[in-house]
Ligand binder design. Structure first.
Ligand code: NDP
Length: 400
């Protein structure tokens, strides 16, 4: 059916690429392009004899729009799947505009020098994508991504009006290290050390990092401490879910992770301000990333499950209603199937699904969209088929 250029070859990309290769009818050809081409070649060598998908590789610096344009013009993909870092979103969107190619990513743009993520930069492309007749799908991972699709599905099938959404992201996995992050350490630490916030009655309420704590009993995982964070899907859901009064996002963290993070913060290791070290300018957080375990290496050591989903409260036929949609994913099962842990798996599978729906023309609509703006049904069906089956509950424990 189509040909896709996939940019980035880290933990998430490794899963998305292998899933594309399980789905060769749709992904007939892929080109894996990243900064370190040896990683692309190694992944190609691992999977090319197991799939009908034709795989090529390329070296690419995705900070450079002209280089991306040149590669798109040479390879002529139907869509570009961006699985590099949030810093590259705009250069890749510019290249897609210049070549009239569809665009899909999993995380919103973040400038390198400010730990701040918001959609304004990417939403500013709406008119230009519409005029060019191409589609951009923003945030096709799990959260954002599946949580956005869950919200659209709940609204379409279970509610006349949704008033409250609590997104709960639980990682009950244990990798045995005192401190490691499950996806890119730099992006992860920027996210969790930022101030928290939630949306209520039309306003943002800001909190100190990790100020709000709750305990929740997760299906198939058990009781965990979870903390309120700012998270990117809150921003778009607040605009796209009519009647919404409050949206919060909670993520679980163990005490060891929090103690290490506090200590690293206190000594300045999580800072993104450049410092001079032995005559060379370095950024402490980037140095920290270099000494932490590579998230892609956690697969064989991680046991336990993730449980990520949304609790909705609202009204149906004039009556109050509560509904919980979630997915449980087992780290070891993911490792057995693809050699990855569940965080990469739960992000890589939706990245493949979003791209597939664009290629099939089901999510092909000129403009720039967050996932809750599109029909959730084909995505929900694909989650069950491609390894992330969802569960539902009509009487869940609520978060106070
Ligand atoms: P990794 O660090 O493992 O992989 C990033 C990849 O991008 C690496 O292959 C890296 O190359 C490549 N890359 C970085 N900069 C450039 C560049 N300038 N040009 C070309 N390639 C580049 O990250 P993850 O796989 O953990 O995360 C990937 C994305 O997924 C991130 O944007 C992250 O925020 C997002 N994410 C989204 C989630 C969701 O649920 N929505 C959850 C988890 C992650 P090199 O190998 O040379 O370093």
């Amino acid at each position: 059916m189509g040909r896709v250029l996939i940019i980035g070859c880290g933990g998430v990309a490794s899963v998305a690429i292998q899933k594309c290769c399980q789905n060769s009818e749709v992904f007939e050809e892929i080109c894996i392009a990243s900064r370190t081409v040896s990683k692309c070649d190694a992944l190609k060598a691992k999977i090319e004899n197991t799939t009908k998908t034709k795989i090529t590789t390329a070296q690419l610096d995705a900070d450079n729009t002209d280089d991306i344009i040149a590669l798109i013009n040479e390879y002529k993909p139907d869509a570009v799947l961006n699985l590099a870092l949030p810093y590259q979103d705009l250069t890749i969107m510019d290249a897609c505009l210049a070549t009239k190619t569809h665009y899909i990513d999993t995380a919103n743009y973040e400038p390198k020098d400010t730990a701040k993520f918001e959609y304004s930069w990417q939403w500013a492309y709406r008119e230009r994508f519409k005029e060019a007749g191409i589609t951009a799908i923003l945030g096709s991972g799990f959260d954002p991504g599946v949580t956005s699709v869950f919200s659209a599905y709940a609204l379409k099938h279970h509610f006349d009006e949704i008033n409250y959404i609590d997104i709960l992201d639980c990682n009950g996995g244990d990798h045995g290290y005192p401190f490691a992050t499950n996806f890119n350490p730099e992006i992860n630490i920027r996210e969790v050390s930022a101030k928290g916030s939630y949306w209520e009655n039309g306003y943002w309420v800001e909190t100190e990092p990790m100020e709000i704590k709750r305990v929740y009993n997760f299906d198939e995982v058990g009781e965990k401490d979870m903390y309120l964070l700012h998270h990117e899907e809150i921003e778009s859901l607040a605009l796209n879910i009519p009647g919404i009064k409050r949206i919060r996002f909670f993520m679980t963290f163990g005490q060891s992770y929090l103690t290490h993070l506090k200590c690293l913060e206190n000594v300045g290791m999580t800072s993104i301000e450049p410092i001079m070290f032995e005559g060379k300018e370095i950024i402490p957080l980037q140095f920290l990333k270099a000494v932490l375990p590579d998230p892609a290496s956690l697969g064989p050591r991680t046991v336990g499950k993730t449980n990520i989903g949304c609790i909705f409260q609202g009204k149906k036929d004039g009556k109050e209603k509560t509904y919980y949609l979630y997915n449980v994913c087992d780290h070891q099962e993911c490792y057995k199937e693809l050699g990855s842990q569940a965080i990469s798996y739960t992000t890589g599978v939706p990245a493949m699904i979003g791209t597939m729906l664009v290629l099939k023309g089901l999510w092909n609509k000129p403009g720039v969209y967050n996932l809750e703006e599109l029909d959730p049904d084909p995505f929900m069906e694909a989650l069950n088929k491609w390894g992330l089956p969802w569960k539902e509950s009509f009487n869940p424990e609520l978060v106070d």
